[in-house]
Design a protein around this ligand. Structure first.
Ligand code: ZN
Length: 246
């Protein structure tokens, strides 16, 4: 058995682009073991479920994970267990770490990182995922209603910053706009940072707006797919609430 620190190092090296052979050689672990850490469904004993068994839930980790799930996540059900997958852009290793931590704290079990073209999929199998994400269903999220249950709303109301971090660090981006304004007869260039959340589901955009209201961040629906935060004070407040996407 290898301890968790070896698995974590393997995960970091793979995320950084190391091949299975390179990582195996660097850590003195067989290639098949490295592969099994990435693809094998959990063999850990089933853990109790916060919804079915009343086990304590890390509410702040859950609130963030709910945001990530609504942004870039999906849940697939099989006969005996379900798999939660959150696709993360490889250029944001901090986000991959954050998602992994949230999944681990909510699941209290192993988390796997699976490399895919242009992204890393953070995934974990568990038969209780549908209890925690009752929004799962056939088809794409924007083709079905996404409504939070009262217990989920309560958690987000207590941890809106974490929920927003999950939403904006998956489907959001901080972009720089610019404009020219005349100052003393000369045109001067001004840069304006702006946060934008993009999602095709109107329900998920509404949830984003609701959470922004909870933390007093001014926003507007800037098009049919975007929620935009562009006032200077609001951008500064959101920066403080969710931290950099890195
Ligand atoms: Zn359950």
């Amino acid at each position: 058995m290898y301890d968790d620190s070896v698995r974590r190092r393997a995960r970091r090296l793979r995320t950084a682009g190391g091949t299975v052979s390179e990582v195996a050689q660097a850590l003195h672990v067989s290639r098949s073991t490295i592969r099994s850490w990435e693809t094998r469904p959990s063999t850990a004993p089933p853990h109790r479920c916060p919804r079915c068994d009343g086990r304590a839930l890390d509410a702040s980790g859950y609130s963030a994970l709910l945001g990530y799930y609504l942004g870039d996540g999906c849940l697939s059900r099989a006969a005996r267990y379900s798999t939660l997958r959150i696709s993360c852009d490889t250029v944001y290793p901090g986000v991959i770490d954050d998602v992994s931590r949230c999944v681990a704290s909510v699941r209290q079990g192993p988390v796997h990182l699976v490399p895919a073209p242009g992204c890393t999929v953070v995934q974990a199998g568990w038969k209780h995922w549908p209890c925690l994400f009752p929004q799962h269903g056939p088809g794409r999220k924007h083709e079905r209603p996404i409504v939070l249950e009262p217990w989920q709303r309560e958690i987000v109301e207590q941890h809106p910053a974490e929920f927003l971090r999950g939403l904006f660090h998956s489907d959001g981006s901080r972009v720089r706009n610019w404009a020219r304004r005349p100052v003393a007869g000369e045109l001067k260039r001004y840069d304006y940072p702006r946060w934008q959340f993009s999602n095709t589901s109107a329900d998920i955009r509404d949830l984003c707006g609701w959470a922004l209201n909870l933390v007093d961040v001014a926003w507007r629906a800037s098009s049919t797919k975007h929620v935009s935060v562009s006032r200077r004070a609001a951008v500064a407040r959101l920066d403080e609430v969710i931290g950099p996407k890195a």
